[in-house]
Design a protein around this ligand. Structure first.
Ligand SMILES: Cc1cc2nc3c(=O)[nH]c(=O)nc-3n(C[C@H](O)[C@H](O)[C@H](O)COP(=O)(O)OP(=O)(O)OC[C@H]3O[C@@H](n4cnc5c(N)ncnc54)[C@H](O)[C@@H]3O)c2cc1C
Length: 351
């Protein structure tokens, strides 16, 4: 574990935004994560757990406490049977490296989550999902340090309370994830393809299984076309991915929205759980007058490839990014009556 004088957190986030913390600590061993949390606790010091920095918006003022960089690595098979393997993955393991290894090994279940930046340990936080898959389908357990109990605990998927881009961990610093167990199918083929755009690109039908490597390559290509795979040469990828979640409306609110959008055609939507409908935030943003490339102050802008990504292609500020996000949120509300909620975690700042 090493402590360093605080540089700007911009260097640790994919948006390249954020001022300095009071202290920066790097943990390469699980025990160091636990010890740092206990130390900060005993000093009554705020602590921010940061891994890949791909889902945080950090204030220009930085963070008034310790930032703990999770840099643990590695995974191991902890259980097997004829059909499945269970891999236990250290929190700091880069997520896409893990996905690549599972595809290579012929283990099916996370291939459609290829190309998502960040760490394996952060995937349970918002139940990371894309192209018809989410980690809730394969997570069988989470090992976490519980700051209330003051000990390391094992949590079941039920205790994780996974939802759409949500879990018990999001906006809650009680637990720090130390490792995650994923149960994967021994199969050279992907899980059934559920996402129409992916099926089209694969030349497959919904429900088909395709070779794992094809699923991975096709997802990565689709994502790259939208600026959704980190690429230092592509300023559109300086983002947190989607800035807003898709609004989930009850049927009355959905009908009201459809009325207000009647002149624009049917808003793209998907059935949500129970009596709810999930509406495309990208469509609402675009139709409210914020197209791809729309610019805010200080060079911050909507990605030129994806309406949902707010980017900092140059030398912008968190204040400018949040001002753009507010303008979009308020514009969508004024036009359609729907409220957009941010997907990333806002650190020491608010929308
Ligand atoms: C280009 C791009 C594309 C993206 N595409 C997708 C996508 O398709 N689907 C999707 O769901 N997300 C997507 N994201 C968002 C992001 O990659 C994921 O949310 C990812 O899991 C964040 O991991 P991280 O390690 O970077 O987390 P960080 O940004 O470091 O942290 C995010 C939050 O999790 C907390 N956290 C991190 N590690 C731990 C831990 N070990 N224990 C407890 N809390 C922790 C942090 O405190 C913070 O609150 C995208 C982001 C980018 C930049």
């Amino acid at each position: 574990m090493n402590s360093a004088g605080p540089g700007r957190l911009a260097g640790y986030t994919t948006l390249r935004l954020g001022g300095a913390p009071r202290q920066l600590v790097t943990a390469t061993q699980t025990e160091q994560i636990v010890q740092s949390l206990r130390d900060a606790e005993s000093r009554h010091e705020p602590i921010l757990v940061l891994a890949g920095g791909s889902n945080v918006v950090v204030s220009d003022d930085g963070f008034p406490g310790t930032v703990l960089l999770v840099r643990t690595r590695g995974f191991q098979v902890v259980a097997t049977d004829d059909e499945t393997v269970t891999v236990r993955v250290a929190a700091g393991e880069p997520w896409d490296d893990l996905v690549a290894a599972t595809v290579e090994a012929g283990w099916s279940g996370v291939e459609c989550l290829s190309g998502i930046p960040g760490s394996a340990g952060a995937t349970p936080i918002q139940n990371v999902g894309a192209y018809g898959q989410e980690v809730a389908e394969t997570v069988t357990g989470v090992e976490a340090y519980d700051r209330v109990a003051g000990e390391v605990v094992r949590m079941t998927p039920e205790e994780c309370r996974f939802g759409y881009r949500a879990s018990v961990f999001k906006h809650n610093d009680r637990w720090t994830v130390l490792s995650v167990d994923f149960r994967l199918l021994r199969s050279p083929l992907s899980a059934p393809v559920r996402y129409a755009e992916l099926a089209r690109a694969l030349g497959a039908e919904i429900g088909d299984r395709v070779p794992l490597a094809d699923a991975r390559a096709t997802v990565r290509a689709l994502r790259a076309g939208k600026g959704m795979v980190l690429d230092p040469a592509d300023p559109d990828t300086r983002s947190v991915g989607s800035f807003f979640t898709n609004p989930v409306l009850d049927s009355a609110a959905y009908l009201a929205l459809r009325d207000r959008a009647a002149d624009l055609g049917e808003p793209p939507s998907w059935p949500g759980s129970g009596d709810t409908v999930k509406v495309s935030a990208a469509w609402l943003i675009d139709k409210a007058g914020f197209p791809k490339g729309y610019r805010g102050a200080d060079g911050v802008a909507i990605s030129s490839k994806h309406t949902l990504a707010l980017t900092n292609p140059g030398d912008g500020s968190t204040a400018a990014l949040l001002a753009l996000a507010r303008e979009i949120r308020d514009g969508v509300h004024a036009r359609f009556g729907a409220t957009l909620h941010p997907e990333p975690v806002l650190v020491n700042c608010a929308l």
